[in-house]
Design a protein around this ligand. Sequence first.
Ligand SMILES: NC(=O)c1ccc[n+]([C@@H]2O[C@H](COP(=O)([O-])OP(=O)(O)OC[C@H]3O[C@@H](n4cnc5c(N)ncnc54)[C@H](OP(=O)(O)O)[C@@H]3O)[C@@H](O)[C@H]2O)c1
Length: 466
Amino acid sequence: MRITENSNPIIEPYIPVADFYVGKSIFITGGTGFLGKVLTEKLLYSCPDIGNIYLLVRDKKNVSAQERAKGYFDTQWIKQMLREKPSPINVATLRRACKEYLLQRPCDHQPKALLFDRLNKERPENLRKIKFISGDLTQANLGLSSKTLKTLLEEISVVFHLAATIKFNEPLSIAMKINVEGTNEVLKLCQNMKRIQVFVYMSTIFSNTNHERTMIEEKLYPVPMPLDEVYSMIQDGDENDVFSPELLVTPAIEEPVKGWITNWMGSTPVLYLLGKGWCRCVTGRGENILEIIPIDYVVNLTVAATARYTRSDEIPIYHSCTSSSNPLTLKETGEFFTKECRRQGFHDLPLSGVLFTTSPLVLAIMRFIFEVVPAYIADFLLLIMRKPVRYVDLQKKVAIAASATEYFRTKIWLMKAKRTEALFNSLNSKDQSIFPFNPSSINWEQYMAIYLHGIRKFLLKEKNYE
Ligand SMILES: NC(=O)c1ccc[n+]([C@@H]2O[C@H](COP(=O)([O-])OP(=O)(O)OC[C@H]3O[C@@H](n4cnc5c(N)ncnc54)[C@H](OP(=O)(O)O)[C@@H]3O)[C@@H](O)[C@H]2O)c1
């Protein structure tokens, strides 16, 4: 609603989120990553009249970008085809099928990846809007060919910049090259795009956490150190591990597939080992808050916030988080998760439950009794049964995984999300149900069951588990 000069309210028509994307072409960096894939799927599924989506794919580990693009829809598609039609299909046929598919020519074979299943069933033509382009953030002009560059400069209306290295132990020089200089290259490109309307940068809320702050608001904070100082640290060879592990985004609560998860980052390894019973003691206070959010909520917020962007001098920042509206404590996380593991008979050790302490001495004693001794006993039994030992080794991995996230478990920050809440409240009920991102609706106990389902189905790929 708008108020005119003569105080008469004008009711402006509601514009659905999907309408913003009609006919608009999109450029996504990081589209091969955890968040990028879900974002790509959601745009194609829920904004059906979107234009083309250009995905930047780099050469990696001696595999060319083109080859990697072929596997984008999950190699299961190829494996499945091999299983189903062993005789008439050979590698050359498969390659041809992939190529036809990627060249957006009609093709009989359809991808069978879970992530793209609903799109494949309901709107397969939209899969053809994905255009893979070869490039790398670390190169000038992202290493794009002149033809691709021209297409992007002519066509693109929205850029989602998600590509980054999020390894917490990445050397600073590499992190700077990809995350800072790479972002600069993307921005330079955007400046020359004729139709650009929105540039979206995906970062992590934890980049603003430090020892002094207790509350993080949706605003730009000053950088902790000037860039030239960072570069002189690199030149001096003073590269300490500066990264914080990603803790935030956890399996999809609902879309595109319940429990969708693709990596063992953040809290997942510790939760898994807690559930199995191999990790029982955690540094931190049980009442501390664990800041996690389902990946689909992050993606929905991103899609909606982009559609509602209006030009201004301020850079709007949106937080996708739960601590201020629906806090989940460490104690609840452990309880809900281990309870579900017990219910499903997923645990290895009969003892379960989580013990919290902030004392290093108490932790060492508890670990020895509840983790180290059972691991040695289990390995001893395996040895007697002439099976390969594994549990002492696993124990060491538990300790590493637990220490990687320790800083975040022992500190408390309140993440504010007023802008995000206002955006959600401004959507009509239809858009709220197409793009849910209101964290107060999450039932954490149910979500922990979905989390475990995601681990079993998508990470462990357990046989006979559905
Ligand atoms: N996951 C989380 O918990 C979380 C939470 C909050 C915010 N975020 C932010 O969201 C963004 C994406 O996170 P994610 O979890 O999706 O990470 P991810 O799964 O590790 O994906 C990173 C993406 O960046 C691409 N990339 C890295 N270096 C590149 C380069 N030199 N050139 C081109 N592409 C490059 C990767 O491509 P390859 O496939 O070639 O490696 C991949 O597509 C990050 O900025 C992260 O900080 C993540």
